[in-house]
Write a protein that binds this ligand. Sequence first.
Ligand code: SF4
Length: 894
Amino acid sequence: MKTTRTTCPYCGVGCGVIVQQDAAGAITIKGDELHPANRGRLCSKGTALAETVDHPDRLLYPEINGQRVDWDTASSAVADKFQQVIAEHGPDAVAFYVSGQLLTEDYYVANKLMKGYIGAANIDTNSRLCMASAVAAHKRAFGEDLVPCSYEDLESAELIVLVGSNTAWCHPVLYQRIVAAKAENPALKVVLVDPRRTQTADVADLHLSLKPGSDAYLFNGLLAYLADHKHSANDFFEQHTEGAEAAVQAAREQSGSTAIVSRQCGLSNTKVEQFFALFASTEKVVSVFSQGVNQSSSGADKGNSLINCHLLTGRIGKAGAGPFSFTGQPNAMGGREVGGLANQLAAHRDVDNPEHQQQVQQFWQSPTIANKQGLKAVELFEAMHAGKIKVVWIMATNPAVSLPDSQFVREALSRCECVIVSDCVANNDTLNYANIKLPALTWGERDGTVTNTDRTISRQRPFLPAPGEAKQDWKIIADVAKKMGYVKAFNYKTPAEIFREHAALSWYGNDGKHCFDLGALTTLSPQDYDELPPLQWPVKKSGSDSQSWRSTKRLFSDGKFFTESGRAKFIPIYARPPTSEPSETYPLILNTGRVRDHWHTMTRTGVSPRLSGHKQEAYAEIHPSDAESRGIKNGDLVNIDNELGNVCVRAQISADQQPGCVFVPIHWSNSFANTALVGELIAGITDPISGQPEFKHATVQLSRYPAVWHGFMISRRQLNTTLNTIIHDLHWSVRRVNQVWVYTLTGAEAAPDLEHLARSVLCADSDNVNWAEYLDNAHHTYRGARFNDEALESCIFMSDSSTSLPSHEWLTSLFAQEALAESERRALLTGKSLGVQVDTGKTICACFNVGEKTIQESISSKQLKTTDDIGRCLQAGTNCGSCLPELRELLIPN
Ligand code: SF4
């Protein structure tokens, strides 16, 4: 057994993972009990990591215009293109669009090339989409982008306020820590502030289902209440803060009483009073804020409205107290450290500060330095659309799916003179636009560091060889930089060298002026770097040898902030509503977010059958009254439209949604469904301070999709392109089940020529196909199967009634057989399974693969009363715990 300690590549919790490989290379994964983020826990995504390392569709070799080339040709082509555009149009005509998936070392090298050698600041990151508003709020209040808390504060708090955070699904291990803390200390109260009743409400003592976008009214109201009811920590705010009066005055003017707040937020006065009194009377309060706050046209203000309440009460810099931004991505924080955002320089220095420019340029000994802010994500693609960005290098991200107004973004990519994409996969929505494709390493192969949401730097260590000719991003970038003539500055041999340089820059000329300081790590030996334990920055020296360092658990304990005055700043907030109001044409508010078992655009989690079983298709969560008034039933396909576009997804009717609101998840790209790309409905409206797009708010209309025929197809091969080119006016979505792909098909037009359709999709690649079929024109029923020798290769079933289709479970099981018996072939064409097939329903427990119907049946037949009973009976919920809220819901009698 070979054991590697590394870090999960998914969310910002940054869990430690132990990978064990046997002699045959088989991998098992478990949580690292020594890692302070998770202490051995993992969520369903982390637990399934072993299933996603063997990606079936890797990019293995560099390509130029679809032709394989060697690395020398590829990196020369990239360097030449950048140099040509810079010579003709200047450095502002080129851009990098990078990712919170990059390791800190990759990010550092990309930022150094753009800001110190190209001399522009047009490098922005997809982390702009998840936490830029929190960064702006921190910077305004604390003088630097600083997260004051530590995860341990969740355990020592007496009140945790979760604002715009579906912690149960988006930061599951932290949710489990909160649940465990509450079990340990029943006096701990949890308040959830979210328009939706998400799974996180399961742990909440109070749920404030406020009007979408009204968070700043609530926290302004709280600030006024705290001031009016004499809950200010006078000593603290007089000595360590400034601007309290103006902030309190603004809050009083706008939200000066609970009655006003209850109207502004659409909450009962009782609930508002209950929350305010609880906050006021509890000394140890942690206020978690996440995408529900950040992804707004006033996200930075919302963050500051919440921080103001902590500053007034002095609830910061102490155990169990502070505002706590939960970031989305595994290395969003690392990107912020190295200046991965277009409005930062590096090491928390400001791009528009001449002193900082000089300092960084001196340290790098670089020929130039960016001296003004670059284009933030949405602006960058607008400039590309307008022809101002001539060449873009996209690294480890899929902007054709993840940015707002995806149609516009795709147009921008298609207009760009040269699109370079470094990625580990061979196909995704963005790679369709790439002129140059560069194969990059991914989790399990890469070597470097990431920083999580509580400032803990952890090592990602490799345990797999590099596939094909793939290289780590820092190496790809450094090779291009050297081809551009910057040999000395980019002559790195190891990630340890880059990390030491990054640490040294944070310390250079710092003198305590910047909190971000890795001064103790500037002399790490290669072995120290290999063995680096998780450390929370700032990391100060505490002795003379190279391993004498001191992590910092909590910031601001000394009352020192990093503004010019050394005091924290209150920011007066005048709350404002979201940019669009529901209208007669678009009467509903669209909200977007994540699901439990998928990550981003599903390039990794979408290949795991286990993770694809929980939410099997894209869906829209709709309140029963909105569904009823439109004749929509649970499981119908629904069209959601606005002036930008359309999506068509499965209806999931739920009273957890407010009337007038619809929720659609962000994950499904055109690689997994042809009509589920929710970014099509989101306008490129951003917060004016942070540049973060308003993903949590769009106005839409909703209608039932008039399905007239239904079908599904199971195939060993992916057939997306064939489907899109052969059949029009069809809705399809695909998911991985065992070793096959299961496609759901639905059409609104009169039933097509079924035979022609089936053969076009499944037999188009060969004239000599072993094909068997059954057609009943009178009942619009068709069944077809393709064989490869005796084994089933693919099959298709279509009918005008979804209820007459056979079960997937039985059919997918046939693909596991090397040869089908004659009776099984006959059964296939009659659509009737041999023997009893159990439909276990959608996966609830991904760790033990336990389906909803199995759980429901056991609850009723075995009289199960608690989640512990379910665990004892079926194991469900006994590993990562991510499914516990859903198990509790299943226990509630209908
Ligand atoms: Fe990975 Fe889950 Fe931990 Fe996030 S909570 S880092 S997804 S194991």
